[in-house]
Write a protein that binds this ligand. Structure first.
Ligand code: ADP
Ligand code: MG
Length: 861
């Protein structure tokens, strides 16, 4: 047998960058559950499936509804059996595993599409996993090392120990109360007994028989982005079960990922290995029930590790060199359902979990997408392996650690149409990703066939012993070849001559010696024959070497041809590089020009923005100034208003005061008996009386009123001073005050008063109804003792225009008096009836209407 090539825990760089293999993507279409279900996927041929929208989804385009075809490395229809699938997809991976190469196989698809059926299978119809195990043990079964010869360390590495050490460890473990690994054959669990097809003799073609092998399995579950060890022997507490502890991922010195502290069980047979798997499976089911988890939402990863080490030069014992050990692994992954969350109507906690699961599948998709993009466009984007535990664990496979294969499972039922479409798209994209092919490692250097040669020698020896009638393999101590050789000679009889007449000893000796001579001759002949055979063998070997040499030379020539081809290709590429470089140069120049433009534009932009800023600050300043001005003006106006209000208040107060005065006088008049009321002709008499009470109301004017001189007798020719203030507004009333022979003045002057004996003031004011009211205040002019003039008001006539529709000020019937409105109030009536004498000092602070008297200037007579 030929020695296998190996790739032990190889550093990442040991890949061949020029040789790449695409990820092998296969598609398996499961049968419909019921015959009456609508189907939306058909297998067109061995590599193509066609998917069409079901009735409800059909999208019509130009009258035809759209069908899509997807191609895969191979498509397995509903009739394809597990064995067939295994032979195509998994068998090469197992062969690689035995050759020391790693492999990753995962099933992808929505829940119910047959992932678990494909990976695990069902009783009587085992899936890929039990078949892989069976093939491994069928192939390496006779060459397995004793248990514990290989020892996995907890850093993803492997050690080898001598048979004696292994034996001691075995004894030590068997002494423990609960042996973890069941040794020897035992009754298989009926649940999975027939999942392993014992009749299937599938085995790898190339098994290095000069190696010894050890198989280890581990089983983990990734749920909610946490890794759980399904083989961990946790103390079982049925009352209060402890939640499982999650594990962490680490990278070993060769940058390979591994799960720390993960249980790795050494197994010696298919049954034992599958039993370990089943144990994990049970544990998974229990955990799902206890923690109310959805099993379809977790990824399960079953890892088979194969350790192999060469025998020593004699072909008897394992070579005790750690560097010669090869450890390869095959990971079988049953991924979680790829459907989107809403499809399963997950709620609450489960929704979060589902979200995470989708997250890890999403990350897987993203990683594949980025890988594809990097490969297609020569970019160097970082692949986000670390975003999820699933992708992180297998990142090295995508960086060329080993073969990657994916089985896309689809259920052709119409309900799954949209999800299946997503699955197909992902699968098609995955096919475009290429994974670097791992380099084959050189052989260990020992001559091949040691185990075989040794075995042949032993067989030959025992055959000879049998021929001799001796016991086969008697005793534990096997005699050496030389001893056996000597034992095969007939024993010599005693050759001591005791008697001269002894005629028996010599003939016996002669006979024995002759026998020995014959035997020797026989052996010599056999030796010569063997030599001849050996020589022929040697010659054969030589010729085979020569033919091999020829073959190698042929290969060499072929390779040289390839190299020459590649050289020309290289030259072509170099030329292309040069053109591209030239193009780059031009582009760089263009870029510089653009940069210059950009700089100029930026400068312009900056100056513009500075200008804008300046304008903005100017605007702000102006605003502030305007605000100040507004504030100042409003303050000024406020003050002005206040001043005006104060003036008005004062004026009103004065008016009030005068009114008070009048009232008091009126009161005095009213309280006097009516009979005593003076009549107009007797006014003169009254003038002689001391000043009426009303003249000096308290507060009394600061200067006492001078005793009035008798008034000039009133005659028909009495003269009026008609005082019309300049603010007088001419009204358009019919009744107009007109005084004959009057001296009209704008301001009362002493001179005018001195020439007249009656005084009339025309005073205008705004009535409460808004009409102008003209009051004609009449008075007599007297000469004062001091030589001045005084006016005593006697009458007020009021002229007022009123709108007929206007509101009546009073409820009394309209006055028939043609003088009219002047006497429309009792007030006015009383005022008219009474004579009021008021004397004031000119300029005193009385209301404007009552300042119409003149003080004589003392110097004047
Ligand atoms: P998944 O793991 O994708 O959720 P399963 O493998 O559990 O789906 O499959 C769901 C059901 O369909 C199971 O009862 C399984 O036996 C059946 N099934 C799936 N694929 C096939 C197939 N190729 N042939 C027959 N039955 C299948
Ligand atoms: Mg499943």
């Amino acid at each position: 047998m030929k020695a296998a090539a190996r790739t032990p825990r190889r550093p990442r760089k040991a890949t061949n960058p020029t040789q790449k293999d695409p990820v092998g993507v296969y598609c398996r279409v499961r049968p419909l559950s019921r015959a009456d279900q609508e189907c939306c996927i058909e297998v067109i041929n061995g590599t193509t499936v066609q998917i069409h929208p079901p009735e409800g989804y059909r999208v019509f385009r130009n009258g035809e509804y759209r069908e899509t075809q997807y191609s895969f490395k191979e498509v397995f229809g509903t009739l394809v059996v597990q064995k067939e699938l295994f032979d195509v997809v998994a068998k090469p991976l197992v062969e690689d595993l035995i050759r020391g190469k790693n492999g990753l196989l995962f099933t992808y698809g929505v829940t119910g599409s047959g992932k678990t059926h494909t990976m695990t299978g069902s009783p009587g119809d085992g899936g890929l996993l039990p078949r892989c195990l069976a093939m491994i043990f069928n192939s390496i079964g006779p060459f397995q090392a004793k248990r514990f010869v290989f020892k996995l360390d907890d850093k993803n590495g492997v050690d080898v120990q001598s048979e004696v050490e292994a034996l001691l460890e075995r004894q030590r473990r068997e002494a423990l109360p609960t042996p973890k690994t069941p040794a020897g054959k035992r009754q298989l669990d009926p649940q999975f007994a027939d999942m392993i097809d014992a009749r299937d003799p599938c085995r790898a073609e190339e098994v290095d028989e000069d190696n010894v092998y050890g198989v280890f399995v581990s089983y983990i579950e990734i749920y909610n982005n946490y890794i759980y060890d399904l083989l961990e022997e946790a103390p079982c507490d049925s009352i209060k079960p402890k939640p499982p502890q999650s594990k962490i991922l680490r990278e070993d010195q060769n940058h390979n990922m591994y799960v720390t502290g993960c249980t790795e069980v050494e197994v010696k047979s298919t049954e034992e290995a599958f039993e370990v798997f089943w144990r994990g499976q049970k544990k998974r089911r229990i955990a799902n029930t206890q923690l109310n988890r959805e099993s379809s939402r977790s990824h399960s990863v079953f890892i088979i590790k194969l350790a192999q080490a060469p025998l020593d030069a004699d072909g008897d014992n394992v070579l005790q060199e750690k560097e010669q050990i090869t450890l390869s692994q095959l990971s079988l992954v049953d991924l979680a359902g790829s459907e989107r969350t809403n499809r399963t109507k997950a709620e609450g906690n489960r929704l979060r979990e589902a979200g995470n699961i989708n997250q890890s599948l999403m990350t897987l998709r993203t990683c594949i997408e980025v890988l594809r993009e990097n490969q297609l466009y020569g970019t160097n984007k970082m692949v986000p392996y670390r975003d999820s535990k699933l992708t992180h664990l297998f990142k090295n496979y995508f960086d060329g650690e080993g073969k990657v294969r994916m089985i896309v499972c689809v259920n052709p039922k119409a309900e799954d149409y949209e999800e299946s479409l997503q699955v197909m798209r992902f699968a098609e994209m995955t096919q475009e990703v290429e994974v670097a092919r791992p380099l084959d490692r050189p052989l260990c250097g020992l001559t091949p066939g040691r185990r075989l040669r040794n075995q042949a020698f032993r067989e030959e020896l025992s055959r000879k012993l049998e021929l001799r009638g001796g016991p086969v393999g008697a005793g534990p101590e096997e005699p050496s070849a030389a001893e056996l050789f000597f034992q095969s000679f007939p024993p010599l009889p005693p050759c001591e001559l005791l008697d001269i007449n002894d005629d028996q000893t010599l003939p016996k000796l002669i006979e024995a010696l002759e026998q020995r001579h014959k035997m020797r001759q026989m052996l010599t002949e056999e030796f010569a024959k063997n030599v001849l055979a050996f020589k022929t063998m040697l010659q054969e070997f030589d010729s085979s070497v020569a033919s091999k040499e020829n073959y190698i030379q042929g290969k060499l020539a072929e390779k040289e041809k390839t190299i020459t081809g590649q050289k020309t290709e290289l030259e072509r590429l170099e030329k292309k590089i040069k053109t591209l470089e030239y193009k780059i140069e031009i582009l760089e120049k263009t870029a510089t020009i653009y940069e210059e433009d950009k700089r100029n534009l930026q400068q312009e932009l900056e100056s513009k923005s500075q200008k804008l800023q300046r304008q903005a600050s100017d605007k702000r300043r102006l605003e502030a100034r305007l605000q100040g001005m507004v504030a100042e003006t409003s303050l000024k106006w406020e003050k002005e208003c206040e001043r005006r209000v104060a003036a008005k208040q004062l004026e009103m107060q004065n008016k009030l005061w005068v009114k008070d005065e009048k009232l008091k006088q009126l009161k005095a008049i009213v309280t006097e008996p009516r009979a005593e009321r003076p009549e107009r002709p007797s006014r003169e008499r009254e003038r002689e009386k001391p000043l009426p009470r009303s003249v000096s109301p308290s507060p009394a004017p600061s200067t006492p009123v001078a005793p009035l001189r008798p008034r000039r007798s009133r005659s028909a020719g009495e003269r009026w001073v008609d005082h019309r203030p300049p603010s007088h507004v001419p009204t358009e009333t019919l009744l107009q005050p007109r005084v004959p022979r009057a001296i009209t003045v704008e301001a009362p002057s002493e001179r005018a008063l001195a020439r007249c004996d009656r005084y009339l003031l025309t005073h205008q004011e705004l009535a409460s109804d808004g009409e102008i009211q003209t009051k004609l205040i009449k008075g007599d002019v007297f000469k004062t003792r001091g030589g001045g003039q005084a006016v005593q008001f006697t009458d007020i006539e009021t002229l007022k225009q009123e709108s007929p529709t206007g509101r009546k000020r009073r409820s009394s019937p309209p006055n028939p008096d043609p003088a009219g409105d002047a006497a429309d109030s009792e007030w006015t009536d009383v005022e008219t009836r009474c004579s009021v004498a008021v004397e004031m000092r000119a300029g005193s602070a009385l209301g404007p209407g009552f300042q119409h008297h003149a003080q004589p200037k003392r110097r004047k007579p």
